[in-house]
Write a protein of this length. Structure first.
Length: 87
């Protein structure tokens, strides 16, 4: 977990998977490049073959290469962040 802000891990959102096999999560407590890198590394390490683009400016994380939403949200939460459905 990043030391740049207080991260909450008490809730994990859900998102609907697009048909192209990617999903997008909103992570409001992703506040900097370090946070984005932590999320990217956590997901890509736990789910080999995935590609993660995490943008702290938009608070969005795009994950390609998996259809396992519950696994991704659990990984992001375990890393210390709070994923939710992207609007």
């Amino acid at each position: 977990m990043c030391g740049c802000s207080t991260h909450q891990t008490d809730r994990a959102g859900q998102n609907v998977l697009p048909k192209d096999g990617s999903l997008t999560l909103r992570v409001e407590d992703m506040t900097c490049g370090h946070c984005a890198g932590t999320i990217k590394k956590a997901v890509e390490s736990a789910l080999p073959g995935t590609q993660v683009d995490a943008d702290p400016a938009s608070k969005l994380v795009l994950i390609r290469g998996t259809a396992d939403l519950s696994a991704v949200t659990a990984i992001v939460a375990e890393a210390g962040y709070t994923p939710s459905a992207a609007a």
